[in-house]
Design a protein. Structure first.
Length: 447
């Protein structure tokens, strides 16, 4: 049993069924506001039109480049779609200097263009006029498949002078300034869209793309007639439109305050975007470790945990990695191999079992709330589509590596879904490569 003070600290994270159902209700209303033309401007869940209307058939063919900028990693990829449902991918990850997250716009786009140039030269592609799909995982208002205006930076990025600009244009200009390659950006897409497309390439029932990584977001397949912000929503010959929900902003108008805790409010205040991305800050990898750290230091101040110890490390903001939650929760009950490693890395020397039990309880409370809220989001989308069978393609390190995330998500979704609705949650590989290429190939053809 965890200490009563620990139980008291985490009780705000233990959402019951009633609260979860309330989250679904509120989210459903916010989604409708995002989709409808008259309420879209003031909606917090924007439900952006992605301009991707065709799900893959598996027969796509062609060679495309892809770029992936979204959080902690930056990659350039060369994707060959073989026409038989398979794809070959070559990729290179570039170290993304964290100074670029808050540097100038020119520095950011020059870095991307230089990496692209380097990749093309290394692979002998400098003279090929290849189409490029740009996976850019920040909220963008699209006006077409290759026009995306940045609405706000998230996930710790804050580069002045980009919000309100078409990022495709900024990147294309940077590519041309360097003059190394003949690449044209034919599509910009959110990573959720790439994830959905890549999953749908193999699994025709895929209708949702979900990310639980540095941030969280989802997209789903809506009927075109409901995508009112699409100019041709009433006349388009295509029945479907992928909607990029940008659900991370859910709650920015206060409707999630009933599930937030004092710790969430502290985390929010120390981010570069206070008051924004409320739902994301309760769910995703960038924030979970920090929430745990705040509870631990409060318990230390109360003399409940790590009594008599001092650790500079635990006092440092963002020092408790979200990967530590996975470590701690991967130990079988009563065993502490990974927990011991985490405790040592956090600068503690003692070996008190009660501390380990308390730490585990805190980690479990934070990760299970994340999974509960994510389940609420997925159930909202499934109810909205009103379908009885669906596959969800998922990417992001939290989903991939947390030892219980998949099972928790499955359990909470079952609790919330109408009886008889079947779903499958599956890791979607290479969304920003294969997924981006699938979008780019279609966009290049229609060009
Ligand atoms: N083993 C792990 N368990 C849980 N979370 C982890 C683990 N390893 C890394 N993370 C968290 O996952 C996040 C990185 O996610 P990911 O690798 O999906 O990259 P990303 O592309 O930056 O994310 P996004 O797609 O949201 O932009 C980090 O915030 C990190 O804390």
């Amino acid at each position: 049993m965890a200490h009563p003070e620990v139980e008291n600290a985490i009780k705000g994270f233990l959402l019951d069924q009633e609260k979860m159902a309330e989250v679904v209700d509120r989210m459903t209303k916010e989604m409708k506001m995002g989709l409808a033309k008259d309420t879209h401007p003031r909606a917090v869940i924007k439900c952006f039109v992605s301009y991707v209307q065709d799900l893959p058939t598996g027969k796509e063919r062609g060679k495309c480049l892809a770029l992936d900028l979204g959080g902690s990693n930056f990659r350039v990829l060369l994707v060959t779609l073989n026409g038989d449902g398979s794809a070959d991918i070559q990729s290179k990850s570039y170290v993304f200097p964290s100074t670029l997250m808050t540097g100038t716009s020119d520095e950011l786009f020059d870095f991307i263009a230089a990496s692209l140039g380097n990749f093309c030269i290394e692979n002998g592609l400098e003279n090929e006029a290849l189409p490029l799909g740009f996976t850019f995982s920040f909220p963008c208002q699209q006006k077409g498949i290759n026009k995306g205006t940045l609405v706000a930076w998230t996930k710790g990025f804050n580069v002045p002078g980009v919000v309100g600009k078409n990022v495709v244009e900024l990147l294309q200009q940077a590519i041309e300034r360097r003059g190394e390659v003949r690449i044209s950006i034919v599509a910009i897409l959110n990573d959720t869209v790439g994830t959905l497309m890549s999953c749908a390439f193999h699994n025709r029932n895929c209708r949702i793309g979900l990310i639980v990584g540095t941030g969280t977001n989802a997209c789903y397949v809506e009927k075109t007639v409901n995508a009112e912000c699409f100019e041709h929503y009433q006349t388009s010959p295509k029945q479907s439109m992928i909607i990029n929900c940008e659900w991370g902003a859910f709650g920015d108008n206060g409707v999630l305050d009933f599930v937030r805790t004092s710790y969430d409010r502290i985390v929010d205040k120390v981010t570069p975007n206070p008051g924004r991305q409320t739902f994301e800050k309760c769910i995703s990898g960038m924030y979970m470790g920090e929430i745990v750290r705040l509870i631990v230091i409060e318990m230390m101040a109360k003399g409940v945990m790590f009594h008599g110890e001092t650790s500079q490390q635990i006092q440092n903001r963002w020092s408790f990695q979200t990967a530590y939650l996975s470590d701690v929760e991967s130990d079988p009950i009563g065993e502490y191999r990974h927990t011991n490693k985490v405790i040592r890395e956090m600068g503690f020397l003692g070996n008190n079992e009660a501390d380990k039990i308390n730490l585990r309880r805190i980690c479990e409370a934070v990760s299970s709330r994340s999974a509960k809220l994510c389940a609420c989001g997925l159930v909202t989308l499934i109810n909205k589509m009103n379908i009885n069978e669906v596959v969800v393609g998922i990417d992001g390190s939290v989903y991939r590596y947390h030892p219980k995330y998949h099972d928790l998500l499955t359990m909470y979704m079952k609790q919330l879904l109408k009886p008889g609705v079947k779903f499958e949650l599956t890791v979607s590989e290479d969304g920003s490569g294969k997924g981006a290429a699938l979008v780019a190939a279609t966009a290049a053809q229609s060009k």
